[in-house]
Ligand binder design. Structure first.
Ligand code: PMM
Length: 270
C-alpha cells in the first residue's frame, strides 16, 4: 500500500502532493514502483495535529481519488469522516482506511456497511492533538489487541461484513517506541483476531529513535528512515501481514516479493 498524503503538514511528506495533478501522477508512480493499493489521505494525523474542516478534506481528496480510480488504480481513502469516506467511494475508492476504526465518527461503520467495501480498523485511543498522553499500557499487546477486537465487534454490529475487516496495530498512535516494537513482535496475538493485518511503520518515530545519532541522540530524520521501513515491512510480511503501508514503495515492494518467493519455495512440512 503506497501512501499519498494530500496535506500540507504530514510529518514526512507534508506539502509534496497538494496539487491534484501532481498527486495523481505520484499515485501512478507508486503503482509503477510496485504498489497494489494507493492510500489517499487529506488530513494529517501526526502527533499534535489539529483537525481540518471537512470541506477542505473533501477538496483535497476527491479529485485525486477520482483521477486514480479512473485510471484503474485500487484506491483506499484514509479518513476518519463518514462523509469523506462516502464521497470517496462514490468517486471510485474501494477500501476505507480509518485510523480511528470508526470511533471518531459515529456514522462511519454504517456508511462503510452500506458501501460494502473493505474497512481498515486501526487501533486508536484519541485524536492526534492528545494521543501522546493516551499512551500508557500494562500489557500493551493484550490491551491493544483486546481494544481492536472490541472495535471489530462494534463495526460488525453496525452492519459491516466481518470478512471485509482488516485490522491494524496503529504504530505510533498513542504508543511509545517500546509499544510499537512489542506490537510488531506479536504476530500470534494478531492472528488470533482472525483478520488480515495491515501495518504502517513507514518513517515513524520508533525507527527514528532506533537509528538516532549515537553522538547527539538526535533521532534520524524522517526521510532517512526508508531502509529501516523496508526491513520492518519484510519482517512483517514474513510473519504473515496482509499489507504494509509505506511512502517509498519500490524497495518494499521488491523486498516483500522476495520474501513471498522464498516462502513459496520452502518444502511443504509433513
Ligand atoms: N499511519 C498514518 C496514517 N494513516 N493508516 C493506517 N491504516 N495505519 C497507519 O499506521 C497509518 C495510517 C500516519 O502516517 P503518515 O502521516 O505518514 O501517513
Amino acid at each position: 500500500m503506497g501512501i499519498l498524503n494530500v496535506t500540507p503538514d504530514s510529518f514526512s511528506d507534508g506539502g509534496d502532493w497538494l496539487d491534484p495533478g501532481r498527486a495523481v501522477e505520484h499515485g501512478l508512480a507508486l503503482v509503477a514502483r510496485g504498489a497494489d493499493i494507493v492510500d489517499v489521505g487529506g488530513e494529517s494525523t501526526r502527533p499534535g495535529a489539529r483537525r481540518v474542516p471537512v470541506e477542505e478534506e473533501l477538496a483535497r481528496v476527491l479529485p485525486v481519488v477520482r483521477g486514480l480510480a479512473r485510471r484503474g488504480v485500487l484506491v483506499s481513502v484514509d479518513s476518519m469522516r463518514a462523509e469523506v469516506a462516502e464521497a470517496a467511494v462514490d468517486e471510485g475508492a474501494r477500501i476505507v482506511n480509518d485510523v480511528s476504526g470508526g470511533r471518531a465518527d459515529d456514522r462511519m461503520a454504517k456508511t462503510v456497511a452500506r458501501a460494502g467495501v473493505p474497512f481498515v480498523v486501526m487501533h486508536w485511543r484519541g485524536q492526534s492533538r492528545e494521543m501522546d498522553e493516551l499512551a500508557g499500557y500494562g500489557d500493551v499487546v493484550a490491551e491493544v489487541v483486546a481494544e481492536v477486537g472490541r472495535q471489530l465487534d462494534a463495526v460488525v454490529s453496525a452492519g459491516v461484513d466481518p470478512s471485509r475487516v482488516i485490522v491494524d496495530p496503529g504504530l505510533g498512535f498513542a504508543k511509545g517506541r517500546r509499544d510499537d516494537w512489542a506490537l510488531l513482535a506479536a504476530p500470534d496475538a494478531w492472528a488470533a483476531l482472525g483478520r488480515p493485518l495491515l501495518v504502517g511503520p513507514s518513517r515513524k518515530r520508533f525507527l527514528g529513535e532506533l537509528l538516532a545519532d549515537p553522538a547527539t541522540g538526535e533521532p534520524r530524520p524522517a526521510r532517512e528512515r526508508d531502509d529501516a521501513t523496508t526491513a520492518v515491512a519484510v519482517l512483517a510480511a514474513a510473519q504473515g501481514a496482509w499489507a504494509v503501508r509505506v511512502h517509498e514503495v519500490r524497495a518494499t515492494a521488491d523486498a516483500v516479493r522476495v520474501e513471498a518467493a522464498l516462502r513459496s519455495a520452502r518444502p511443504a512440512r509433513a
